[in-house]
Design a protein around this ligand. Structure first.
Ligand SMILES: [Zn+2]
Ligand SMILES: [Zn+2]
Length: 305
């Protein structure tokens, strides 16, 4: 693939800081890449030179393991991870496995589409696997790279959407993205404010922080679900009594496979969901990474090689 755009995700940290055992340096990080195919392998029939494709965290599956045989390709036990087990997208070119590629709709430019390969598919796919129905209250915790898309997906899916952020300066923007309510988590009790609007049926936690998970659990409505997609750097402490009292649950959701990414982009085209990006050249990657790590990126840093 000739890379046209490559989003900078918080999970780049696993490679940059070598936080996962699979990382063997040198490895190029990046798992939100969109580009054009310049050459295909000899057995590849699904794609041709010139196709515009994207690849996300899911970098390929084996087809033979227990998970694959049940059709859970994203849960493959021998799966590849872009930018972790093989070189990723922060480069001029990358190789990718055929089954991990998603077709990018012509309506989306590459800079817009790249973040949908992780930030987008992770939030979209997590939301559509909850029990939330139109009209239910869905809180999106964190309005960053993932959350600014999550708010749009929640709103466009017909949920009463609550944006929760530590930055009050994101209030107006969150409303523009479709949030019906905004909770400034730096000021006041998040759970109490959630309960005041009836309690959350779903809280999608995109902020990679333990307290982001902890603060919403007491704000769940009956049978409420906390779905965590941002990976906190420290353990989550919670009162199980709160979960029992609400019949609540906390679960995680890991991204999606190529078809999920296509669904995400198609939904984006259908409902006018777009990524808000700040762009960097390839040799500015370190700057882009810092902007993301310091929660300053508005909202997704994207490298344009
Ligand atoms: Zn990611
Ligand atoms: Zn497998």
């Amino acid at each position: 693939m000739d890379i046209e755009a490559s989003g900078v995700c918080h999970s780049d940290v696993f490679t940059v800081e070598q936080q996962r055992p699979e990382v063997e340096l040198p490895t190029i990080p990046g798992h939100e890449a969109v580009g054009e195919i310049v050459e295909t392998g000899k057995d590849v029939e699904a794609w041709s030179e010139g196709d515009r494709v994207g690849i996300g965290w899911h970098g390929g599956y084996c087809g033979d393991c227990e998970s694959c045989r049940r059709g859970n390709f994203n849960m493959c036990r021998n799966g590849e991870i872009s930018g972790v087990t093989r070189d990723g997208g922060h480069a001029e070119y990358m190789t990718a496995r055929s089954e991990a590629l998603a077709n990018v709709p012509s309506e989306l430019d590459s800079e817009d589409a790249a973040p949908m390969m992780c930030a987008g598919v992770t939030t979209f796919n997590a939301l559509r696997h909850t029990d939330a129905r139109p009209g239910d209250t869905v809180a999106v915790v964190g309005v960053g790279g993932l959350g600014h898309l999550g708010v749009q997906y929640a709103s466009e899916s017909g949920f009463e959407t609550v944006a929760v952020s530590t930055s009050n300066d994101k209030r107006e923007l969150a409303k523009e993205l479709g949030a019906d309510h905004f909770i400034d988590s730096s000021n006041g009790n998040v759970a109490q404010q959630l309960r005041e609007i009836g309690g959350a049926d779903v809280a999608l936690v995109t902020a990679p922080a333990a307290e982001a998970v902890e603060q919403v659990i007491p704000g769940l409505g009956t049978d409420g679900e906390v779905t965590v997609v941002g990976v906190p750097g420290s353990p989550v402490e919670t009162s199980v009594g709160q979960l029992i009292a609400s019949r609540g649950s906390v679960s995680g959701w890991p991204s999606g496979h190529a078809k999920d990414s296509e669904d995400t982009m198609d939904f984006g085209v259908l409902r006018d969901v777009h990524t808000m990006t700040e762009t960097y050249s390839l040799d500015q990657y370190e700057q882009a990474y810092q902007s993301m790590m310091e929660n300053e990126a508005r909202f997704r840093a994207v490298v344009l090689p």
